[in-house]
Design a binder for this molecule. Structure first.
Ligand SMILES: CC(C)=CCC/C(C)=C/CC/C(C)=C/CC/C(C)=C/CC/C(C)=C/CC/C(C)=C/CC/C(C)=C/COP(=O)(O)OP(=O)(O)O
Ligand SMILES: O=P(O)(O)OC[C@@H](O)CO
Ligand SMILES: [Mg+2]
Length: 231
């Protein structure tokens, strides 16, 4: 199993969307470095556990991106804890996290828990709506959030999130330049080999989500595309 800092390509599966066994096998056996299980709404204990058990038939690494405490169970290689740094409401920066630690703080295993400093940039995404994210940011603003996550909060992951829409490569390029220790994750709107390669030049890890459900063949092609691109 590859450790998170070695991931180049990951697929994000949404517990709130259905996927056939055949498609899931193709995703898990695609050569991707990990499967992240997570979504912004409709994430329950039942649908998340069901997906975890199905993914566990394969040897690929599996992480839970925690967006609801209800879905938090043992059994993952990693637990990703998002914090939306440009959220309009503190609840999504530290509030939910504080609540979680009050309930489960004593269960933490530090090696498996990874903080993600999110910068949410597509105003049409559900995650932007839910967190009331301020997406009207220029390159310097995003760069400052990336430095905050990396150099001040020392988060292991800086996540540039354009969920549902393809982002601005120049922003990802600049973020990668200023980040010193964290891994830069890029996710959003990757639907083709060209888009995957464009962002793979700049980000450490490319996250591919929705296209799995819209066009599985195209999704599978992104794995090789990312792997053969140098960052
Ligand atoms: C029991 C056990 C194993 C315990 C171990 C200890 C442990 C892990 C304790 C918990 C630690 C902790 C601090 C947890 C935080 C809990 C929490 C709920 C935090 C809030 C996270 C947050 C900011 C959520 C907001 C939404 C978000 C960022 C979701 C991530 C996924 C995402 C961006 C999906 C994309 O959504 P989108 O494309 O917009 O919408 P679609 O669904 O249409 O795709
Ligand atoms: O679903 P897409 O748009 O591929 O985005 C991937 C991921 O960053 C979503 O959190
Ligand atoms: Mg999505």
């Amino acid at each position: 199993m590859l450790e998170y800092h070695q991931w180049r390509h990951v697929f994000k599966l949404d517990p709130n969307k259905s996927i056939s066994d055949e498609a899931l096998e193709k995703v898990c056996e695609s050569g991707t470095d990990a499967i992240i299980i997570g979504g912004s709404d409709g994430v329950t204990e039942d649908n998340t556990l069901d997906l975890l058990l199905r993914v566990r038939r394969y040897s690929v690494a599996c992480a839970l991106e925690i967006s609801s405490l209800e879905a938090l169970t043992p059994g993952y290689d990693y637990y990703l804890v998002p914090s939306v740094l440009n959220a309009g409401d503190l609840e999504w920066v530290v509030g939910k996290q504080h609540e979680a630690l009050k309930a489960y703080g004593e269960l933490i295993e530090h090696e498996t828990l990874l903080a993600e400093g999110y910068c949410v940039l597509n105003k049409e995404a559900k995650v932007a709506e839910r967190t009331k994210a301020n997406t009207e940011l220029d390159r310097e603003d995003v760069e400052a959030y990336a430095r905050l996550a990396d150099q001040i909060f020392r988060m292991p992951i800086v996540y540039i999130e354009y969920s549902g829409g393809f982002g601005e490569p120049d922003i990802v390029k600049q973020v990668s330049r200023v980040v010193e220790s964290a891994k830069v994750f890029y996710g959003g709107g990757i639907t083709s080999v060209e888009e995957a390669k464009t962002m793979a030049h700049f980000a450490d890890t490319i996250v591919v989500g929705n296209v799995i459900y819209d066009d599985l063949k195209a999704a599978l092609k992104t794995v090789q595309a990312v792997k053969e691109t140098a960052s």
